[in-house]
Design a protein around this ligand. Structure first.
Ligand code: 5GP
Ligand code: MG
Length: 462
């Protein structure tokens, strides 16, 4: 999972990108990068770490130009290397190019093997580099033609922003798996911005114009906006964006994430009611669905778990002489809310079940009389190949355990999920968007052989 941002025609393009990436920080915390374009020359700052750690005030002096793109990255352990930090840059025959990618290409390994066979040398492990290599080898005329050529050969999920020759280019795959929106600054109407989520626009006081369409390439330059439509497929917007990944204050493909999560919680309450005294969310991801659950069930909503927001990835766990704190570093129960109560605890998803088990035990230890775990999405039974970092099928608890077995494992009195039909009802906006639900159904919109063998890890890397 990742977040991308781009800005065209602003004197403080790098600074706006910094703010945009800050708003998208939830989409990736491993590394952050900004590339600006000035007179066709690219300037890059890319480092491991959070946005606020990477971009200090001195850094902005190194990022001149009125066009900028940025990226925040989330990776599985193996590929978390400096050389993979985006935006990627390349010196092509015609111009310097920078690209930031959210999504995952499912035929990148195959294309890479072919390209390497043909003499290409790769400088990263990123699937995104395949796009740059294909563009470099294309015999088509201009940048856009070469991009169309390259994108015609890759399959999978991509929301991309490029800069080259002081232009900003955005592209979204024909299924529209991952989000990508176009906006403009209220104070500078000729300053365009592109972002993974609208919450990035709110911070910089930009207004949303529209979503980038599935299969669309949008070129923004001095001449204005030019849209090219590549092939179009059935829309397959990732439903997990609404379930978990996106920020609830974002509007994705014309549907408010907040509204969707409230509706998931309400529907969950209708489907899985149980007598109880209090509805408690697992913060932060379960909060909005729990509000919906409380509303529909008319059981009071209370914050029975408090989250510490300052647990960084670099937190040093105590050594053997002190006990390990695990989930307690992040969450602490409030006994005043839980003691002697029949508790419904609401979370957005159940993946491995390890966090849920610790949370249920914690609530019991705080004196709860009963603990009923309610999940505002269906069981996650299949890995994602389109950019969400889900584990292999064997690690997905629900792929091998029914709700009763899961309840036993997490030590809850009952465990129930939202039905797939209930989820679809909750995300049914007015725009008629159809979704990718492969993590819940195991049905993949693109036919392909799941990765195996030596490059398996690399393929599921984002
Ligand atoms: P589990 O109990 O299955 O170990 O963890 C469930 C929790 O993981 C939920 O609270 C959910 O918000 C969170 N979660 C779901 N998907 C992801 C993901 O892709 N990355 C991370 N870091 N957390 C996730
Ligand atoms: Mg969570």
């Amino acid at each position: 999972m990742c977040g991308v941002f781009g800005v065209f025609n602003h004197p403080e393009a790098a600074n706006l990108t910094y703010l945009g990436l800050h708003a998208l920080q939830h989409r990736g915390q491993e590394s952050a990068g900004i590339v600006t374009s000035q007179g066709g020359t690219l300037h890059a700052v890319r480092k491991m770490g959070l946005v606020a750690e990477v971009f200090t005030s001195e850094v902005f002096a190194q990022l001149p130009g009125r066009v900028a793109i940025g990226h925040v990255r989330y990776t599985t352990a193996g590929g978390s290397l400096p050389k993979n930090i985006q935006p990627l840059t390349a010196e092509a025959r015609h111009s310097s190019i920078a690209v930031a990618h959210n999504g995952n290409l499912i035929n990148a390994e195959q294309l890479r093997d072919d390209l390497e066979e043909d003499g290409s040398i790769f400088s990263s492990q990123s699937d995104t580099e395949v796009i740059l290599q294909l563009m470099a080898r294309s015999r088509a005329g201009g940048f856009v033609e070469r991009l169309i050529d390259a994108l015609g050969r890759v399959r999978g999920a991509y929301s991309l922003v490029f800069t080259t020759d002081d232009r900003l280019i955005a592209a979204r795959d024909p299924h529209g798996f991952r989000p990508l929106v176009l906006g403009r600054l209220r104070s500078h109407p000729d300053c365009y911005v592109v972002a993974s989520e609208t919450c990035a626009f709110d911070l910089i006081e930009a207004e949303k114009i529209r979503d980038i369409a599935p299969g669309e390439i949008l070129i923004i330059d001095e001449a204005g906006l030019q849209s090219v439509q590549m092939r179009r497929e059935t829309r397959r917007f990732c439903v997990f964006e609404h379930v978990y990944f996106a920020r609830p204050d974002s509007v994705l493909d014309d549907l408010s994430v907040y509204d969707a999560r409230i509706a998931m919680g309400e529907q969950l309450a209708r489907e899985t009611a149980v007598p109880a005294d209090v509805v408690v969310p697992v913060p932060d991801s379960g909060v909005v669905a729990a509000l919906g659950f409380a509303k529909a069930s008319q059981i009071p909503f209370e914050m029975g778990l408090i989250r510490n927001h300052y647990v960084g990835r670099t937190f040093i766990e105590p050594k053997d002489s002190i006990r390990h704190f695990g989930v307690k570093l992040k969450l602490n129960p409030v006994p005043q809310v839980l003691k002697g109560r029949r508790v419904i605890v609401v979370d957005d998803s159940l993946v491995r079940g390890t966090t849920s088990r610790k949370i249920v035990k914690m609530i019991r230890a705080a004196g709860a009389a009963e603990v009923h775990l309610r999940i505002s999405s269906p069981p996650v039974i299949s890995p994602c190949y389109y950019g969400i970092d889900t584990p292999t099928r064997a690690e997905l608890l629900a792929s091998t355990h029914n709700p009763e077995e899961v309840a036993r494992y997490v030590t809850a009195d009952t465990v129930r999920y939202l039905s797939p039909e209930g989820l679809m009802q909750a995300v049914r906006g007015d725009s008629g968007v159809t979704y990718c639900t492969s993590c819940f159904t195991g049905e993949y919109p693109l036919r392909f052989t799941p990765p195996q063998g030596r490059r398996q890890l690399r393929l599921i890397e984002v």
